[in-house]
Design a protein around this ligand. Structure first.
Ligand code: NAP
Ligand code: ZN
Length: 353
C-alpha cells in the first residue's frame, strides 16, 4: 500500500511530504485510515535525534486515532468501520513474563515502537501516525470507547497512558497528594487523570503564568518551582510527584517535597539528569523511579476511564503542513496543551507520488 506522510530526512531538516509503502496485511493485521494524530514532545526529540538513535527518513506520530479500513483473515477484535487507536507500541514478543502479565512496554525483547523502529518480522522501518494510513497487529490496536470525542482522544494514547500508568502503579486515589512537574502535554493529562482518581493535585511550574490554567484543569494549587520560600513551605507535602520535564534538569530540589516513602517518578527526560543530592532520599526513605508508557490492557482501562469520567486533553487542532511551526512552538512551551493533526488536511496523493 502506497502511503503519503510527513517525514524528517535528517536531524536538521524540517518535516516534509514523503511517500512510502505500508506492508500488505498479515492474517492478524488491522489497517486503518488515520483521522487524528497527537504531537508528542517525543516526536520532536526523535525528529531532531536528541536520543541518538533516530533513523531517517523518520515519520513520527504515536498518538493515533483512526477508522478500520481492512482486516486480516484472522482478526477477531476489530472490524471494518470501527473507531480505533494506536499508541507508542505496535508489537512485542508476547511470550515473556512481562508481556504475559500485560506489561508489553517492558517486554524482555523490547517492544516495537510505532515509528523509528524495526518490524519484528521483516526488519523494515516502522513509520508512525503523521500519515494517511497505519497497519498494526490487532493486539496493539485499542478500541475507542463510545462517548470519547475522536477529535480530542488521540493524546490519550501517549500523554494519557504515560501519566495514568504511574498513578495506578503508585495506587493514587482519594486522599493521595500528587505533584506534577511541568504543565505541558503529559503534565496536563497527569492533572486531569489524578483529579479523576480523586487525588489532591498540585502543579509545579517554572512560573506562575499557568496558575489559572492549572486550576481550570482541576488542580488544587500551583507551586512555582523557582520560589525558594514556597518550595521550603511544601516540604513533605506529596506522596507522588510525576516529573514531565523534557530536558536535563536537577531533581534534587523536589525530593524534600516528598513525604516519607514518597516517590518521584521521572517520565520526561530520557538521558542524564543533574547530580542527585542523596540526603533527602536516604533520610526520608524517599524513592526516585522511572516509568515508560503503559501496557495494552492498562491503556484500554485508561481509555474506558476517560470515557466514563469525560476526561479529554485540551487540544489545538492543526493542519499537517503546520507541523514544523507546531514543533517550534512546542519547544518554546507555547502550546495549551497538545497539538493534534487533523489528517483530513493531508492530501491522499501528491503529483510526485
Ligand atoms: P511538553 O508538552 O513540551 O511539556 C513539557 C513541560 O515541561 C512544559 O510545558 C514546561 O512546563 C516544562 N518544561 C519545558 N521546558 C523546560 C525546561 N527547560 N526546564 C524546566 N521545565 C521545562 O512535553 P510533553 O509532550 O509533555 O513531553 C514531556 C517529556 O516526556 C518529553 O521529554 C517526552 O519525550 C517524554 N515522554 C516520555 C514518555 C515515557 O513513556 N516515559 C512518554 C511520552 C513522552 P512549565 O511551563 O509548567 O514549567
Ligand atoms: Zn509520546
Amino acid at each position: 500500500m502506497k502511503i503519503i506522510g510527513y517525514a524528517a530526512q535528517s536531524a536538521t531538516a524540517p518535516l516534509a511530504p514523503f511517500s512510502f509503502e505500508r506492508r500488505a496485511l498479515r492474517p492478524n493485521d488491522v489497517a486503518m485510515e488515520i483521522l487524528y494524530c497527537g504531537v508528542c514532545h517525543s516526536d520532536l526529540h526523535q525528529a531532531r535525534n536528541d536520543w541518538g538513535f533516530s533513523r531517517y527518513p523518520l515519520v513520527p506520530g504515536h498518538e493515533i486515532v483512526g477508522r478500520v479500513s481492512e482486516v486480516g483473515s484472522e482478526v477477531s477484535r476489530h472490524k471494518v468501520g470501527d473507531l480505533v487507536a494506536v499508541g507508542c507500541m505496535v508489537d512485542s514478543c508476547q511470550v515473556c513474563d512481562q508481556c504475559r502479565k500485560g506489561d508489553e512496554q517492558l517486554c524482555r525483547e523490547h517492544h516495537t515502537q510505532t515509528y523509528n523502529d524495526r518490524d519484528r518480522v521483516t526488519g523494515e522501518t516502522t513509520y508512525g501516525g503523521y500519515a494517511k494510513h497505519l497497519v498494526a497487529r490487532q493486539e496493539f490496536v485499542l478500541r475507542l470507547p463510545q462517548g470519547l470525542d475522536p477529535s480530542r482522544a488521540a493524546p490519550l494514547l501517549c500523554a494519557g497512558i504515560t501519566t495514568y500508568s504511574p498513578l495506578r502503579t503508585w495506587n493514587v486515589g482519594p486522599g493521595s497528594r500528587v505533584g506534577v512537574i511541568g504543565l505541558g502535554g503529559l503534565g496536563h493529562m497527569a492533572v486531569k487523570l489524578a483529579v479523576g482518581l480523586g487525588a489532591q493535585v498540585t502543579v509545579l511550574s517554572r512560573s506562575a503564568d499557568k496558575r489559572s490554567d492549572a486550576l481550570a484543569l482541576g488542580a488544587h494549587g500551583l507551586l512555582v518551582s523557582s520560589d525558594a520560600q514556597a518550595m521550603a513551605a511544601a516540604q513533605c507535602a506529596f506522596d507522588l510527584i510525576i516529573d514531565t520535564v523534557p530536558v536535563r534538569h536537577d531533581v534534587s530540589p523536589y525530593m524534600p517535597l516528598l513525604d516519607v516513602d514518597g516517590t518521584l517518578v521521572i517520565v520526561g527526560q530520557v538521558g542524564p539528569i543533574d547530580e542527585l543530592v542523596t540526603i533527602p532520599l536516604i533520610l526520608g526513605r524517599r524513592r526516585l523511579a522511572g516509568s515508560v508508557i503503559g501496557g495494552i490492557a492498562e491503556t484500554q482501562e485508561m481509555l474506558d476511564f476517560c470515557a466514563q469520567k469525560n476526561i479529554l486533553p485540551e487540544c489545538e487542532m492543526i493542519r499537517m503542513e503546520q507541523i514544523n511551526e507546531a514543533f517550534e512552538r512546542m519547544e518554546r512551551s507555547d502550546v495549551r496543551y497538545r497539538f493534534v493533526i487533523d489528517m483530513a488536511s493531508l492530501p491522499s496523493s501528491y503529483a510526485w507520488s
